[in-house]
Ligand binder design. Structure first.
Ligand SMILES: Nc1ncnc2c1ncn2[C@@H]1O[C@H](COP(=O)(O)OP(=O)(O)OP(=O)(O)O)[C@@H](O)[C@H]1O
Ligand SMILES: [Mg+2]
Length: 223
């Protein structure tokens, strides 16, 4: 596939949506065909599944049911949006993807790691990100950013945002595990940095990746 697949990961309030948006704006302004999308969701069916996943009525949702709902959303998203866009040569930026299932459903909820890895490969047809940014913040900080946002918008916390600090500590550890397993793909960013400071780091990494790809294709002589 000719495109580049970039994902943003991290706990609630880390700054994923902020960074994915401004990265997409910057790359679009530079003339790159860019698609910004997110999980769960990204398709009409995925958005329906997101409504179920976030609905506080379903507090009895089992970890396995939760894994399969996220996976169903991902399967639809990959086949209908992500893979076709990559095949068209686009830069696809996705706000959360398979690593979130490792962090939340395995480390957070306690499902066996191999089950989540296997389910991820099936649901994603093995479409893997080229680069993943793990925006890392302390759960207390991320959650306080989220609660400020919820207060401003006057909306209640969703089913996952209502989880306790210990849950998000485990999720964060899950993301650190993924980063240790695949240090080349997964870049850890300090989510305490300012929005523009983080953006500069992200853009610099992406520019280097794009130059490397052009060089590999013989379009550039000096990477
Ligand atoms: N680097 C940053 N420094 C300070 N505040 C930030 C930073 N990045 C984002 N914010 C603010 O923190 C809040 C959460 O940011 P954002 O929505 O990007 O996080 P998120 O990781 O997408 O959260 P969620 O998991 O809830 O979707 C927003 O109000 C945003 O303006
Ligand atoms: Mg977000």
């Amino acid at each position: 596939m000719d495109g580049v697949f970039i994902t943003f990961e991290g706990i609630e309030g880390a700054g994923k949506t902020t960074q994915s948006r401004i990265l997409c704006e910057a790359l679009t302004a530079e003339g790159f065909p860019c698609l910004l999308t997110s999980e769960p969701g990204g398709t009409p069916l995925g958005n329906m599944i997101k409504n179920i996943l976030t609905n506080t009525q379903y507090n009895d949702m089992t970890p396995l049911a939760e894994l399969f709902l996220f996976s169903a959303s991902r399967a639809q998203h990959v086949e209908c949006i992500i893979r076709p866009s990559l095949e068209e040569g686009k830069i696809v930026i996705c706000d959360r993807y398979s690593d979130a299932s490792i962090a939340y459903q395995s480390f957070g909820r306690g499902l066996p790691l191999n089950l989540v890895y296997e389910t991820n490969s099936t649901a994603s047809w093995n479409v893997r990100p080229d680069i993943t940014f793990f925006v890392d913040v302390e759960p207390a900080k991320g959650l306080s950013r989220v609660s400020n946002r919820l207060q401003e918008l006057e909306i209640p916390a969703d089913r996952i945002e209502k989880e306790n600090l210990e849950f998000f500590e485990r999720v964060r550890e899950g993301y650190h595990y993924v980063s240790r397993e695949e240090p080349i793909r997964v870049r850890i960013l300090d989510g305490n940095l300012g929005v523009q400071e983080l953006h500069k780091i992200v853009l610099d990494i992406i520019h280097k990746e794009l130059i490397k790809r052009k060089f590999k294709k013989g379009l550039l002589f000096n990477p």
